[in-house]
Design a protein around this ligand. Structure first.
Ligand SMILES: NC(=O)c1ccc[n+]([C@@H]2O[C@H](COP(=O)([O-])OP(=O)(O)OC[C@H]3O[C@@H](n4cnc5c(N)ncnc54)[C@H](OP(=O)(O)O)[C@@H]3O)[C@@H](O)[C@H]2O)c1
Length: 238
């Protein structure tokens, strides 16, 4: 109801959690600007699915390398920005290479940060904006990670961005929040990871993109939630 008629840019909106959010936003009657990585097949399937709800939608395939230019050209004035894409890396600190650090920080921290720097002035001027970022499992506070330090460091850093946006945006109807999911099975999850997710999930059932999308929609609808880090993880203890 609150989101109807708004323009939403969803980064990584053709697969996994991002696709769940794309479908949920389509049901809310928004105009959608959907980004995907490399799969034309997934993009076509997503566009077909959202158009069945009668909403306007267009797609952009772009492998993220830190350049935000194509995204600004694709959707210059979004009301809502969801950055779902965020590659995972399981590597111990002493095994993590310079290239791993570069890739993790560009995709999971610098790219969302640069997008926000570019879109925030317009949102402030229009007195409306909703930004939703994705943290990792249990990356809501500073702590050590033995197997995922580069990924988790970048994800934890997103909190600084969200709080900084909240400081600026609070008086202008602009919010930025972070959702930290637990273990989610998606079409990208291999069998080994699925069985790890089952074993580690407190209820024995991994989360689904649809469950995450429902919570994402509540966050995007709320004018009061700002600078928050929200864990949706069944209380998992990794
Ligand atoms: N899944 C989990 O258990 C879990 C747990 C905690 C946090 N998270 C976080 O939740 C968010 C969503 O995760 P997810 O598992 O749904 O999948 P994801 O792989 O982060 O996102 C999939 C989307 O990103 C696109 N994409 C993949 N590689 C790309 C690249 N190099 N450049 C640009 N776009 C690319 C995909 O398009 P193509 O299909 O065309 O490649 C698809 O649209 C992420 O930030 C992740 O870190 C996930």
């Amino acid at each position: 109801m609150y989101l109807s008629g708004k323009r939403a840019l969803i980064i990584g909106g053709t697969g996994g959690i991002g696709r769940g959010i794309t479908i949920a936003l389509a049901q809310s009657g928004m105009e959608l600007f959907i980004h995907g990585g490399t799969s034309q097949e997934r993009m076509t399937a997503t566009l077909t699915a959202v158009q069945s709800f009668g909403v306007k939608a267009q797609g952009l395939l772009n492998r993220i390398d830190g350049d935000i230019g194509p995204f600004i050209a694709f959707c210059p004035e979004p009301d809502i920005v969801v950055v779902a894409h965020g590659p995972f890396l399981r590597k111990r600190l002493v095994e993590t290479t310079t290239e791993d650090w570069r890739f993790m920080t560009i995709n999971n921290l610098a790219f969302p940060g640069a997008l926000i720097s570019a879109f925030l002035p317009g949102m402030v001027a229009r007195k409306y904006g909703r930004i939703l970022l994705f943290g990792g499992t249990d990356t809501g506070a500073i702590r050590g990670f033995s197997t995922t330090p580069a990924y988790s460091a970048a994800k934890t850093g997103l909190a600084v961005i969200a709080r900084s946006v909240a400081q600026i945006g609070a008086c202008f109807g602009v919010t930025c929040n972070i959702l930290c999911p637990g273990l989610v099975d998606t079409e990208y999850t291999d069998e080994e990871t699925k069985s790890y997710n089952r074993a580690k999930s407190p209820l024995g059932i991994p989360l689904s993109p649809e469950i995450i999308a429902k919570t994402a929609l509540h966050i995007l609808e709320s004018p009061a939630l700002n600078g928050a880090i929200i864990q949706i993880d069944d209380g998992i203890n990794l």
